[in-house]
Design a protein around this ligand. Structure first.
Ligand code: DC
Length: 214
């Protein structure tokens, strides 16, 4: 299966890079973070306690989440901008730590990969757990300072508050018991701190061409 898994912390440039890799390779793109964000939005809308693993797991199994290249749909409604709010940033890593939530999301992600016969899939656990057989696994990272600056450039906000929010999410995502964020075995580690998007995309595409043809 032609899967390129791109994992890494918040603000490393995964979405921008994954989209461009998708365009360059012709493989479809899936943003799995948007799936967890949709569940978080439903948790918020239904005033459910984000710490209640069973209640949040039930929501994850029952809600309709459809991620398209340019839209995230929750129960048929386009929520692409709502899922990027600071309130959702504050709870998404909490709800994403629950095993029942992860089980439901992974099942959907694997179904998507089967249906597309491959893809460029970005997230936190794609190379480690969702699709360890991906033909190319990339761990995309950048220094905390660069990541915070990029986020402020994209969405605005106070640099200190953004840096604190990213640090909190990094901590939760990398210390959770179920599929913590870490480079998977056999992954190519790419540090985007001092490199342009074009350079990073070119490196990933050249790795892909090597393994795809080899
Ligand atoms: O990539 P993002 O910032 O949109 O992801 C939002 C959150 O979703 C992230 O902080 C942790 C969670 N997530 C996850 O646990 N596993 C994934 N495969 C993707 C995202």
């Amino acid at each position: 299966m032609r899967v390129i898994a791109i994992d890494g912390p918040a603000g490393a440039g995964k979405s921008t890079v994954a989209r461009q890799v998708s365009t360059a390779t012709g493989l479809r793109y899936l943003d799995t973070g948007a799936m967890y964000r949709c569940v978080a939005l439903e948790v918020q809308n239904s005033a459910t306690d984000p710490n209640d693993a069973d209640a949040v797991g039930k929501i994850a199994r029952e809600v309709s989440v459809v991620i398209e290249r340019d839209a995230a749909k929750l129960n048929g409604v386009d929520v692409s901008s709502e899922i990027r709010s600071s309130e959702i940033n504050a709870i998404v890593s909490v709800i994403a730590a629950h095993t029942p939530v992860r089980d439901a999301m992974r099942e959907q992600q694997r179904r998507w990969i089967q249906a597309q016969q491959g893809g460029v899939v970005e997230g936190r656990d794609i190379g480690t757990v969702v699709f360890p057989d991906a033909i190319l696994k990339v761990f995309l990272t950048a220094s905390p300072e660069v990541r915070a600056e990029r986020r402020v450039g994209q969405t605005g906000g106070d640099i200190k508050a953004v840096a604190a929010s990213i640090a909190e999410r990094d901590h939760l995502d990398s210390t959770r018991l179920d599929s913590p964020l870490r480079p998977s075995e056999g992954s190519v580690i790419v540090d985007s701190s001092n490199r342009t998007i074009e350079e990073v995309v070119a490196e990933i595409v050249s790795h892909f061409e090597r393994v795809d043809h080899g």
